[in-house]
Design a protein around this ligand. Sequence first.
Ligand code: CDP
Ligand code: MG
Length: 143
Amino acid sequence: MAIERTLAMIKPDAVEKNAIGGIIKMMEDSGLKVVVAKMRRLTPKQAEGFYGVHRERPFFSDLCGFMTSGPIMALVLEGEDAIATYRGLMGPTDSAKAPKDTIRGVYGSSIERNAVHGSDATDTAAFEISYHFSEAELNGLLA
Ligand code: CDP
Ligand code: MG
């Protein structure tokens, strides 16, 4: 195992229900460290670009509508095996099937409104981290 970084988003449904603190607590309690984080409101183009791999899927348009419906929090998490660790902590995509000790099991409400995003591999993590954060932000160089 190695120290990895992964990209997490707290989605608009979870921000709306004041779950940011609860979700970050679950992240930290599982040993993941928050490297950098920020609130942002995605534009339609930014949501479409982030989820570009899903462009042909039937849920794509609804997903982009959901992800632009309110602010999100983007975070870079770091830790041992962070990508797989955080995927496990999130639980399966469908909140209804997510165990109660996972973030989606606690805070998700459907297959779409599932509270959080997490990168699924090292290449997607690198792409998704750079999608949300500049090198200066990642290096803590901004005042
Ligand atoms: O987020 P995750 O990697 O678990 O799932 P995904 O297959 O990469 O799908 C991305 C996002 O699209 C999900 O997190 C859901 O918000 C949404 N989705 C949906 O609305 N309906 C589906 N049948 C599958 C995914
Ligand atoms: Mg995915």
